[in-house]
Structure formats: structure tokens, C-alpha cells
Design a binder for this molecule. Structure first.
Ligand SMILES: [Ca+2]
Ligand SMILES: [Ca+2]
Length: 414
């Protein structure tokens, strides 16, 4: 080590030591969330008036009412400084979905990413838990029969937190929007996402189309952990999103699907996602549907730069970037089919939808397939394989490519 480097190293060390000892209201609730490492400098978003998010040292997350930052620091942060980890503004978050014209063939996306290769070899994501943090999931859909994670330590609908994990009746997921064990999906977005990942392949009585017109989940061997935090209109908030990410990791999900976002550059959300990195969680996130270069007009969490985030752009059936999709050579990692995607709808239905919301679960399901063939694979290996095995489609994302299941499996030697 040269003297210059050593000095820098010592200086850094002293700086870090000083920071960790001196917790202040400014460090707990910085004026700009950008004070977290890894966040870009342009961070603005839709704040929810009068609402704040508190992340406590014990890991709990609460929503707090207040007038403004000044008042919150005086009346809330200062008196609770020792117990508080971070305080942030609360923000609105929305699903990443657009209207669809449905001109593509049903299941074109599976031909595009070569899902058939995985299915033919019985690589279906067996034994992998994928959290769908969304608007809920219609877990009674016949094409999701047996596809939903069950918490056997919890007795459903008895009003008691039987396994004492802090969540009452979280038998098959949890609804943070209503604080309930019922994850029903009045919006439909989360059910569509779950179907893209885990929809059963055989035709069922509830699926009016069958055979070649049926819905096929990319990884029908996985279990879905449904976590609701969005309303019937597909909007939720930062506070519940943070809780949902923590819950997913605590329940053992190795992959989180986040088909949502906003121009909310929140240090608290960033830190929660970074925290679940230590639990080995791969966080697959939508890049957004604003037709923007996300490097300049980022939407989060997709545009966060973090080791365990895989940000997904949407492509169309002609192999190009979808007209609505965000892109970006540094903030968006890969492309995946996301236009005219055929999947499940609540009440035994089926539906075609478009969005980076639809591209994201295809990649999450693909990651689950890779995890099932090699359970010891870390999130970093999954991400690396997916990125290095893309088809070069020259789209404006970091890898310049679109995901391919067969190439990824081949890359791993399967
Ligand atoms: Ca419980
Ligand atoms: Ca119970």
C-alpha cells in the first residue's frame, strides 16, 4: 500500500468511525435521502402530505404523522433518537403497467426467451420461494392451485399470531395495505404477475383457453409468497413497501419480484433492499414505463445501484425495446418480453397486459429456475449468469441484451 493510499484509508476509517458514533437528527432524517451511499444525486418524488416513515433500530417500520421535517425532527426524531434508525418522507408508489393492444401471439414471450428448453428438462423452479410484493394475489385462482407458499406454523383466520412473527394469520402471505392475512387482489396486477411466474401448465376448469392458448408460468415449480401493499387502484406507499421487503426476506424468499416504482429516491427503501442482500435475496425490479432514459429520469427501486437489484426493461415481440419502457446504460440491467403478455386475472380469469411489470416476473421466474438447478447459487451468481447469457438485442440497457433461459442454463452447464 502506498503512503498516499494508506493515508486515504486511515482518513476514511476515522470518518466512518466518527459517523457511527455520532447519531444525530440530521443523520437519522437527512434533508435529502441522497445521503445514503449508492444513491444518485437527482432524487425527487411525490411525497404524501403530512406522512413520514420511521425505521426503528429493532427493525420495525411505522408510519408517522407530522407537519414538516422541522417539526418532525423537533417533536419525533430528537425524543426518539436512540431508538430510531432512519426517518424519511412517505411517498406514493404505483404499479408499472400500461394499456395493451394485444397484437402479439399468446405466449410469444416463452418462445422469445426459450422457456421450453427449461420445461423440457424439468427445470421449473422447484423448491424456490419467490415473493410477489404487489396488489395481492388471487390465491384461489385454479391456475395457482398448489402454487402458493403456506406458513404451516400459522393457523389461518383465528385472529392469533400463532407463530409469533408479528403478523396475525399470515398463513399464505400478508396484506400490509389492510394489515390482514387475506391477500386478495382487487386490482389484478399481482395475480397477473404471479401467473407469469408460476401459472400451472395444464388447462384447468377455470381457464377458458387451453392447450396452446393456455397461460404458462415460466417457473411452475416455485412457490409464490403473496405480499400485498397496493390498493385496488394499484397504488401503495413507501412505508408498506419497506415492511413488505423485510417480511419477504424474513419468510425465506430468495427472490423478490417488484413490479412497481416511482420517482421516489428513498434512502430508507434503498437501505432495506441492501439489508436483505445479506440474507441472499435477489431483488428483481421494473425499470418503469415512462419511455425515459432512467439514467437521467430514474424510477425506484429499479434505478437504485445495488449489488442485489436486477432492473428490467420491457421488449416487444419484434425484439425491440417496448415503446413505453424505460432504458439506461447504467441503471437498467437487462431486457425481457413485456408487451402483450398473456397471464392470469382474478376470479379464474385470463388477461393480456403490458408493462415493465410483466417483463420483471419473467426474469424473477427465470432466476428461480436457475436457483432450482443449483440451490447453492448466490443472488450474485444468479444475477451474473442472467446478465452474461443475454441475447445481444442492442437495446439501451447495461448488458445490451434480452434474457434467454436456455442460454443461461447452458452457461451454468445445464
Ligand atoms: Ca404470524
Ligand atoms: Ca393465526
Amino acid at each position: 500500500m502506498s503512503d498516499g493510499l494508506r493515508l486515504l484509508f486511515i482518513a476514511n476509517f476515522l470518518f466512518l468511525a466518527a459517523c457511527s458514533n455520532g447519531k444525530s437528527s440530521e443523520s437519522v432524517f437527512p434533508e435529502k435521502s441522497t445521503d445514503s451511499p449508492g444513491l444518485p444525486s437527482s432524487c425527487e418524488g411525490l411525497r404524501i402530505e403530512g406522512e413520514f416513515v420511521a425505521v426503528w433500530e429493532d427493525g420495525s417500520v411505522t408510519r408517522e404523522n407530522g407537519v414538516d421535517r422541522e417539526q418532525m425532527i423537533r417533536d419525533f426524531v430528537e425524543p426518539n433518537l436512540e431508538q430510531l434508525k432512519r426517518v424519511d418522507y412517505n411517498y406514493e408508489i404505483k404499479t408499472e403497467i400500461v394499456n395493451s393492444n394485444s397484437s402479439a401471439a399468446p405466449n410469444w414471450h416463452h418462445d422469445d426467451v426459450n422457456s421450453h428448453y427449461a420445461w423440457d428438462n424439468n427445470y421449473k423452479g422447484q423448491g424456490v420461494l419467490v415473493a410477489v410484493i404487489d396488489s395481492g394475489v388471487d390465491i384461489s385462482h385454479p391456475d395457482l392451485d398448489g402454487q402458493i407458499y403456506t406458513n404451516n406454523a400459522e393457523i389461518p383466520n383465528n385472529g392469533i399470531d400463532d407463530d409469533r412473527n408479528g403478523y396475525v394469520d399470515d398463513y399464505q402471505g400478508f396484506d400490509f395495505f389492510n394489515e390482514s392475512g387475506n391477500v386478495t387482489d382487487p386490482n389484478g396486477h399481482g395475480t397477473h404477475v404471479a401467473g407469469i411466474i408460476a401459472g400451472l401448465h395444464q388447462s384447468s376448469p377455470g381457464n377458458p383457453l387451453s392447450g396452446t392458448n393456455g397461460v404458462y408460468g415460466i417457473a411452475p415449480g416455485v412457490k409464490i409468497l403473496p405480499i400485498r401493499f397496493m390498493s385496488s387502484t394499484g397504488s401503495g406507499d413507501l412505508a408498506d413497501a419497506i415492511k413488505a421487503v423485510g417480511y419477504a426476506a424474513d419468510q425465506g424468499a430468495s427472490i423478490i419480484n417488484a413490479s412497481w416504482g416511482a420517482s421516489v429516491c428513498s434512502g430508507t427503501l434503498y437501505e432495506k433492499i441492501a439489508e436483505v442482500e445479506s440474507k441472499g435475496v435477489l431483488f428483481v425490479a421494473a425499470s418503469g414505463n415512462s419511455s425515459n432514459n432512467a439514467d437521467n429520469y430514474p424510477e425506484y427501486p429499479g434505478a437504485f445501484i445495488a449489488n442485489n437489484i436486477l432492473s428490467v426493461a420491457a421488449t416487444s415481440d419484434i425484439g425491440a425495446l417496448a415503446w413505453f419502457s424505460n432504458y439506461g446504460l447504467s441503471t437498467v440491467d437487462v431486457g425481457a418480453p413485456g408487451e402483450d403478455i398473456y397471464s392470469l386475472a382474478p376470479n379464474s380469469g385470463v388477461k393480456t397486459l403490458s408493462g415493465t411489470s410483466m417483463a420483471t416476473p419473467l426474469v424473477a421466474g427465470m432466476a428461480a429456475i436457475l436457483k432450482s438447478v443449483k440451490p447453492s447459487a448466490s443472488y450474485a451468481e444468479l444475477k451474473d449468469v442472467i446478465e452474461k447469457s443475454v441475447d445481444n438485442s442492442q437495446i439501451q440497457v447495461r448488458t445490451r441484451g434480452t434474457v434467454n433461459v436456455k442460454s443461461a442454463l447452458n452457461y451454468m452447464g445445464y
